[in-house]
Design a protein around this ligand. Structure first.
Ligand SMILES: C[S@@+](CC[C@H](N)C(=O)[O-])C[C@H]1O[C@@H](n2cnc3c(N)ncnc32)[C@H](O)[C@@H]1O
Length: 347
């Protein structure tokens, strides 16, 4: 399976336009603030972008970031800019042809950003064996990945390895493709179906279970969009399954059951995340308006208290005294909430 994927991304595809579906293609509307930063990225790197979402959360200044399956490095270089010169970004990928493109533009980006030295490095290797790559245990504040987990034959090992490399309170923030059902194993033998990020896609509910088994907090859904499969042959082979691209955030925080029980906790956002002066977004269901107290579950309270966002909130511990209102539960099913992208924001 690794060889098949390596050939697909090292030889079959040379640019985003070679894709046969819009699965591995970014349909996320890019926030205005990021557009000029993406425009700064070297064209050869951008041309070989095969992501399916935007993996640029906020509050990144100074962070140590790891990108799993970084490809030619588009997200690595975007994050390099966002973490600033004091931050660090490491990209891991198993395909030498992709890494060669990424590697040859390190100096270009450091110079473009005005950094004294590059804050980026690339490591060749498989993401199922992160422990063998010499990366520091608990050494990353944020791990991102863009349209890669579906390509791995051992997704549980990837999630477990990511958990080990995250510092306590750290976050896995990633975009990937999911199915609305489990797919027949035989489909994985088709190199196009697999390489196009369909045949290896997890049934979304299986992903939730795998994430919990790896130790993460219950996944929080940020965005979802249905995939369009315009190639009739490809569509016929995978029918009747439906697919969507979804972005989830998972935290390395103990004791998070994902429940929406109201134990009386209240949080007030200070408005201090630079990218979010008025409203800060945790996921699709939870937004925090500056200065407005919000009743939250103990699950959300724990995540935010342990994470890099803690200093941006005032916490009222509540002490097991429930509020009067019932809390809104978050729905992690991407098919329940998927919103088709506008053509202008799709690739
Ligand atoms: C769909 S592309 C996405 C690349 C990149 N994240 C982007 O957004 O352009 C998938 C990438 O994951 C890499 N990849 C797939 N399976 C891998 C594995 N098991 N270990 C390491 N890299 C892997 C491929 O080499 C390829 O570069």
């Amino acid at each position: 399976m690794h060889d098949q994927v390596q050939r697909y991304y090292g030889e079959t595809l040379t640019r985003s336009a070679d894709l046969r579906t819009d699965a591995c293609c970014d349909g996320a509307a890019v926030p205005a603030a990021l557009k000029p930063l993406l425009a700064e990225i070297h064209p050869e790197v951008s041309e070989r972008y095969f992501g399916c979402g935007l993996v640029a959360p906020d509050a990144l200044e100074g962070l140590r970031v790891l990108d799993l399956g970084c490809g030619a490095g588009r997200d690595v270089y975007l994050l390099s800019r966002l973490v600033g010169e004091q931050g660090e970004v490491v990209g891991v990928d198993m395909t030498p042809a992709q890494l060669a493109v990424a590697e040859r533009h390190r100096a270009y980006h450091a110079e473009r950003y005005g950094y004294g030295r590059s804050n980026v490095r690339f490591v060749e290797g498989r993401i199922e064996a992160l422990g063998a790559l010499g990366l520091p245990a608990a050494g990353f504040d944020l791990i991102v990945s863009n349209c890669v987990l579906n390509l791995s034959p051992d997704k549980a090992a990837v999630l477990a390895g990511a958990y080990e490399l995250l510092a306590p309170g750290g976050e896995l923030y990633f975009a990937d493709v999911y199915g609305d059902r489990r797919l027949p194993a035989a489909l994985a033998e088709d190199p196009v179906l697999y390489g196009e990020c369909l045949a290896g896609a997890l049934y979304w509910a299986d992903f939730l279970a795998l994430a919990r088994a790896a130790g993460f907090s219950a996944p929080r859904l940020l965005e979802a969009r249905p995939l369009a499969i315009e190639d009739v042959q490809v569509a016929d082979k995978v029918a009747p399954a439906r697919f969507c691209s979804a972005t989830y955030r998972l935290f390395k925080v103990d004791g998070c059951d994902g429940g929406a029980a109201d134990d009386g906790y209240t949080l007030t956002y200070r408005g201090s995340v630079p990218q979010a002066p008025e409203v800060w977004t945790l996921d699709r269901d939870w937004r925090f308006r500056t200065g407005q107290p919000v009743a939250v579950s103990s699950h959300i309270e724990r995540i935010l208290r342990a994470s890099r966002f803690a200093r941006h909130f005032a916490f009222d511990a509540g002490g097991g005294d429930p509020h009067e209102d019932v809390l809104a539960a978050s729905d992690p099913n991407p098919f329940a909430t998927a919103v088709a992208c506008q053509s202008a924001s799709c690739c």
